[in-house]
Design a protein around this ligand. Structure first.
Ligand code: SF4
Length: 325
């Protein structure tokens, strides 16, 4: 993995919001990771852990407070207008709520053609029409849908329109912010499969945010787990599921329902109890200490740092001691 081209390099990224009494809400508090060409990195964590804020700050939708984000070697928070324009073609987004992210009164054709026009990707009207029809087909929609308004479509179909719009400019990188969490369960697998097929076909790199580990398993090559503004574990997908190191990841995994009663009976449940502390006043030591069944004395006063515990398997937890650099 490490010989591959780094598309996104995120170092010690922080995103704070002003809060009452001169305090700050530390939504993202020193997160470091890379995304390599052609991979899908999934980020998971409970609601409010900072994963969406992290994603949006990484692609420049939100300004950062500190740290650096490089996209193909360019600092995304210091781009010139020209670089920003090229970046908006290279990086596209698929949002959580297809009802809010698409104008319901717009024609599907215009929504998909907008990016083609902005980036002048079609030589003439006929070429534009051909491109729009190809995109509709690619997203599992019909040519006849082009002339209809967005409000005539279901949530799953709207998300397909959003995917066609995102792909209209032929991007290399897709940022997917919980793209299926607003959809019916029966539709979720269809959209995940569509994204996986398109990723393969178009050699896309993807940054996929989800609140639930069961969703990201199949789509992600590697997964990062966030808790209260921090990345607490990062490794490849199978290793994370088969051999999690961080107690928070273990708890998240045991919360996933298993259809097979034999496997389910053999799995030890680790119930997540207690409240997530406030990101305005996070605990001094490990942020998970108040909910962790394996908490030790050191956990209350010393913050654990992300370390490579096993090759390509990073975790921030005192259970693994302090590795020599
Ligand atoms: Fe639990 Fe301590 Fe590890 Fe935090 S550092 S996850 S409290 S064992």
């Amino acid at each position: 993995m490490n010989d591959r081209e780094k598309i996104l390099e995120v170092k010690n990224l922080k995103k704070y919001y002003p809060a009452k009494h001169g305090n700050y809400l530390k939504a993202v508090d020193g997160v470091t990771f890379d995304i390599y060409r052609g991979e899908t990195l999934g980020i998971v964590g409970e609601s409010g852990c900072g994963k969406t804020t992290c994603g949006k700050t990484c692609i420049g939708i939100l300004p950062k407070t500190d740290g650096t984000v490089y996209f193909r070697g360019k600092d995304i928070h210091r781009m010139t207008r020209k670089q920003r324009f090229a970046f908006t073609k290279e990086v596209q987004m698929i949002f959580q709520d297809p009802y809010a992210s698409l104008d319901p009164h717009q024609k599907v054709y215009n929504i998909i053609a907008e990016g083609i026009r902005i980036h002048r990707l079609a030589g003439n009207k006929t070429e534009e029409q051909k491109m729009v029809l190809e995109l509709l087909e690619m997203a599992g929609l019909l040519a006849g849908h082009a002339s209809r308004n967005v409000h005539e479509f279901s949530g799953g179909q709207r998300q397909r329109i959003g995917i066609a719009r995102a792909l209209s400019v032929n991007p290399g990188f897709l940022f997917c912010d919980e793209p299926i969490s607003a959809l019916d369960v029966s539709i979720q697998a269809q959209i995940i499969n569509l994204l996986m097929d398109l990723k393969k076909e178009k050699d896309l790199t993807m940054f996929f945010i989800a609140h639930d580990l069961s969703i990201v398993r199949h789509i992600s090559d590697r997964i990062g787990v966030m808790y209260l503004g921090k990345m607490v574990e990062l490794t490849d997908s199978d290793t994370l599921y088969d051999h999690p190191l961080h107690p928070y990841t273990e708890a998240l995994l045991t919360a996933i329902p298993i259809a097979d009663p034999d496997i389910s009976a053999g799995r030890k449940q680790m119930i997540l109890e207690g409240e997530v502390p406030s990101p305005v006043n996070p605990p001094q030591g490990c942020r998970f200490a108040g909910r962790c069944k394996k908490c030790m004395g050191i956990c209350h006063d010393t913050e654990p740092v992300m370390q490579e515990i096993e090759p390509n398997h990073w975790a921030a937890c005192h259970l693994y001691g302090r590795k020599e650099k």
